[in-house]
Design a protein around this ligand. Sequence first.
Ligand SMILES: [Zn+2]
Length: 297
Amino acid sequence: MFLKSAEQKYLKHLDTQGVFNNTTKTALPQTVFADVVRKHFEKQNAKTPKALLIGFDGARAETMHLLCESQNEKVTGALFHSAYSAVQALKAEGGLYLSFAGGEPSAPQETSTAQGWAAILTGVWGSENGVVRHLPLKTTCPTVLRELAGAGKKAAFLAEWADHFTVTYKEEAEIALRENLPLIFQKYADDCALEAAISEQITDGADCVFGIFEAPDYNGHTTGFSLKNPRYAACICRLDNVAYRLMETVKSRPTYAEEDWLIMITSDHGGHGLRHGTQKQFDRMTFIVSNKPLGAK
Ligand SMILES: [Zn+2]
């Protein structure tokens, strides 16, 4: 692939030693996410499998430089270890990985919200799941949430963007209702209301909770997808703390000792300027942080 020098520079920047467990060359397709969730629930384990899955919509891979130290303090700063950072805690237990949106380079798809989350939740790209553009998910290609609900697990899809509910997952939600599956689709007004709802689901005993926070994408579109934009940078740090609080809610469950929790955070796409959607590396490169190692090199 021919890359412009600014993109090459960005990849080199992401490869700063110490932040990610893999490199831009071994970045994982975002579709691995669903498979990790499937395997977690298939695993034979004396403990009850559970999952807390968090989305930072529009958080480009570089945002992890705000949350993790590297071997180059000119890139990531120094002496800022936080006991209250979800990303730092998950990385220490499992790993922080570079991943990519936008399809395989030989079969690209738009680096956009509907396409990104559909690939993440089904484990296949739009050419298979139907979300090649702003289209509904094929009913023959269920999300991992619907699969889990079909096996009797309580699952929840909680988000803020209306189109998830009116376009992408409209039919999947109707199927869940018709078949009386323990799967709910619920829209919230903002990140604050969403955090409260996720927390409530964890407390109420849901087996797999999936929630997408919109602040990075919203601030990116209005003021810029860049770490030089304080609004964009600040909301990443804030969401890292929100995720930490949700992890604390998990640990406070009275039955926590008998449960095996998979906790992951990811983003659907990156961004540049006031937009995303292109095949530029700024838009393609994303991240997955997990409390279980993903086995990438
Ligand atoms: Zn967007």
